[in-house]
Design a protein around this ligand. Structure first.
Ligand code: ZN
Length: 246
């Protein structure tokens, strides 16, 4: 599901590059026999009416296209999915474009890496990593996991640690009947990030991020389809859920 678009400096995605890039804000619904799983929740709906008010500094960096009907709750409604019936909400990390919709998914258990959750709870680390507590301090039941975590124990949906972008970033490996895909989220913004090992200009831990990219490359080489976190060209080739917005 495309839950809005951000336009910002290309250097934020590929250090040293000039110009700007318009990127999608993706969310993913995985329908597992044991429950519906949402991977990331996009932007907070308040961004639709007052981006600067909700996002503060981030709104100075990014132009936001985020219309009514594009928030994750509206996207799910268009699919006939009741937000109350989402069983697990997996957050790749705590940034505003990945957790803004958390409050709209009230009954899910939140699945996040322990070290990411701890960073979010530490005022110093939260500030350094540009987290907004209001996005994730939403009263969810939180399952804090350490490293690789097989959500339903059948190898279908597996959280994999991809530290670096933030202290406890995770990606999601999903085994579909037709093959394996890896939803990298911000461990790998763009195809070029993976191909050239080209890091963004803001990274929590550059060495950690390089190791994570090496892991993603191994998964790719073993045959997994890599779905990049914010790559507009790759995103155009990813099958999209029906949209309520024309
Ligand atoms: Zn992001």
């Amino acid at each position: 599901m495309t839950c809005g678009w951000l336009t910002g400096p290309l250097s934020n995605f590929l250090a040293g590059e000039s110009g700007r890039i318009r990127v999608p804000v993706p969310c993913f619904l995985i329908d597992h026999p044991r429950g519906k799983v949402l991977f990331d929740s996009g932007l907070h709906p308040a961004v639709q009416v007052d981006a600067a008010g909700r996002l503060g500094n981030a709104a100075r960096l990014f132009d936001v296209d985020f219309a009514a009907g594009e928030d994750v709750a509206a996207r799910l409604a268009a699919l006939g999915v009741d937000v109350r019936h989402v069983r697990h909400l997996v957050n790749s990390h705590l940034h505003f474009d990945h957790t803004g919709g958390n409050a709209s998914i009230p009954n899910a258990q939140l699945v996040v890496q322990r070290r990411e959750w701890q960073a979010g709870a530490d005022p110093d680390l939260a500030r350094k990593n540009y987290y907004d507590r209001r996005d994730y301090d939403t009263g969810h039941d939180v399952l804090q996991v350490d490293g690789e975590h097989d959500l339903y124990g059948d190898g279908r949906i597996v959280c994999i640690p991809t530290w670096g972008h933030t202290p406890g970033h995770q990606s999601l490996r999903v085994r579909l009947d037709g093959g394996e895909i890896v939803l990298t989220a911000d461990a790998c913004y763009l195809r070029r990030t993976l191909e050239a090992l080209h890091l963004p200009n803001i990274v929590h831990d550059a060495d950690g991020m390089r190791e994570s990219l090496a892991r993603l490359r191994r998964l790719r080489d073993a045959g997994a389809r890599i779905v990049f976190g914010h790559d507009p060209e790759d995103w155009a080739t990813v099958p999209q859920a029906p949209s309520p917005v024309a």
